[in-house]
Ligand binder design. Structure first.
Ligand code: BGC
Length: 489
């Protein structure tokens, strides 16, 4: 039933062979219509949905701390430094774990990495919920960060390698959808437990999705691409038949084998710098950094403070507006998923980033005006503009960054390369989260938002010039695209 509803809203997009935007993929690359025409089965929907639970934990665990921190602070009388640690060790843990986790996914497999992720999430949540000292709590948060890092390096990769080309866009974006639902759930759980000040419940509830993910990995298959790369062709064929729901998968199987045989040995870190991989590496790391330095997490982590400083004085009004922003994030991610395999990645990316630049510009003006005239109308205007900004992020840089880094890299180094991009994303997130309040204090909100606006313009130019259109192409065709006219020096 659920699958039927999904199929209705997310039917498989038709491949538009005629349309070739700038930076198009080479259509003469090792084609193979069967791979492009492969359909989704209920099995793929379920596998993708389970894997996406890693995203739910990512969103929940990064979002929940904003509401829990006040009570933790009260409980342990935390110094400002310890408060900052409780918040930011998660980002540091995630940055380190995604870097190593991507490589681990190449070595032990995508599925084993997901299983490991769920165990780490459960462990982290239990340690946080039971912590009797700030040191234990910081340890628990570091472990949670490691789980988030592993999830961000593995989930998009897993989904991308089991999805058929025509539906890969929205299926990988399930990860982003899960992140946004996790953030919204965290806001609501914080709200629900705020009265009773039960921060242990806020942090501990993450055990539930962690356990579901763990159970799911018992049934998830390894991806056919990883199996082929690791000499388990027979098994890969069996999985491919299962996830495509047909016996005739030979052509797709052959393409995967071809791509795998182009590079017999396992990829090394140094391969990332080879001529055929470097451009994709730059796209991934560039988008990773731009996704963060355009300011999204200043809104996600500090929305109540921003809203209050724009003129909405009541705390409950600020919390309600924050939940509204979380809901817009979820809804617009769904819109993006609906569009992504139809209109393509580039158009959504460019439209969304342009919208982010404009709304950040407007936000700066609102703060400038509200500083001189204390009028509640400015607060409302700020909330509407913040919602529009988040909406533009949710159709573009949000899902498309995670999608592109799961599809643009060659199989040989896919895990390591995606891990590198994910790690850059966490490092940039860390820098922005740590500097936002200082920037606001030193230069004021107007200039701070304008700075993010200027960086959005840079993100637009970067995307326009370098990001390829991958809609409807198989992972093997995308790989062949980067190899064109490049000898691997
Ligand atoms: C970003 C997160 C952000 C979230 C908001 C994700 O794509 O990587 O840093 O908090 O989107 O929806």
């Amino acid at each position: 039933m659920v699958v039927r509803v999904f199929r209705r809203f997310f039917p498989l997009a038709r491949v538009n062979k005629g349309q070739m935007p700038p930076q198009k993929l080479n259509s003469d690359a090792t084609a193979g219509l069967s791979a492009r025409q492969a359909e989704s089965t209920a099995f793929v929907y379920i596998a993708a949905a389970f894997a996406a639970l890693g995203g739910l934990l990512f969103g929940y665990d990064t979002g929940v701390i904003s509401g829990a921190l006040i009570f933790i602070q009260k409980n342990f009388s935390l110094s400002v430094f310890h408060q900052e640690l409780v918040v930011s060790v998660v980002l540091v843990g995630a940055a380190v774990a995604s870097l190593t986790g991507g490589r681990l996914a190449d070595q032990i497999g995508r599925r084993m990495n997901l299983a490991l992720t769920s165990v780490i999430f459960i462990l982290g949540a239990i340690i946080c919920a039971a912590a009797r000292s700030e040191v234990t709590l910081i340890l628990g948060r570091t472990i949670v960060g490691i789980g988030i890092g592993l999830a961000s390096a593995t989930v998009p990769l897993y989904i991308s390698e089991v999805s058929p080309a025509k539906a890969r866009g929205w299926q990988v974006s399930l990860f982003q959808l899960a992140i946004t639902i996790g953030i919204l759930a965290a806001y609501l759980v914080d709200y629900a437990f705020a009265q009773s000040e039960q921060w242990r419940w806020m942090l501990g509830l993450a055990v539930i999705p962690g356990a579901i993910l763990g159970l799911g990995t018992l049934y998830l298959p390894e991806t056919p691409r990883w199996l082929v790369k690791n000499g388990q062709g027979e098994k890969a064929l069996g999985v491919l038949r299962k996830i495509r729901g047909t016996q005739s998968v030979e052509e797709e199987f052959r393409e995967i084998q071809d791509a795998a045989s182009r590079s017999e040995e396992r990829g090394q870190w140094s391969d990332l710098l080879k001529a055929s991989i470097r451009p994709a590496l730059i796209v991934g790391i560039g988008l990773a950094v731009f996704q963060q330095v355009t300011g999204i997490n200043t809104v996600i982590y500090y929305a109540p403070q921003i809203i209050r400083s724009a003129g909405i004085s009541s705390a409950s009004g600020a919390i309600l507006a924050t939940a509204g922003i979380g809901a817009v994030n979820v809804i617009m991610t769904l819109v993006s998923m609906w569009l992504i395999d139809r209109v393509g990645r580039r158009i959504l990316l460019l439209t969304g980033i342009a919208g982010m630049a404009v709304t950040l510009g407007i936000l700066g003006f609102i703060f400038r005006e509200s500083a001189s005239a204390h009028d509640a109308a400015f607060g409302q205007l700020a909330v509407i503009t913040l919602m529009a900004y988040v909406a533009f992020f949710a159709i573009s840089l949000g899902p498309i960054f995670w999608l592109l880094i799961s599809e643009i890299y060659p199989l040989k180094v896919r895990g390591s390369a995606e891990g590198t991009a994910a790690s850059s994303n966490w490092a940039a997130n860390f820098v922005v989260s740590l500097t936002f309040l200082t920037l606001v204090e030193k230069f004021g909100p107007t200039w701070t938002f304008w700075l993010y606006g200027v960086l959005s313009i840079a993100a637009w130019v970067f995307s326009y010039k370098l990001v390829p259109e991958t809609k409807g192409r198989t992972l093997e065709e995308i790989e062949a695209f980067w190899h064109r006219d490049k000898s691997d020096a």
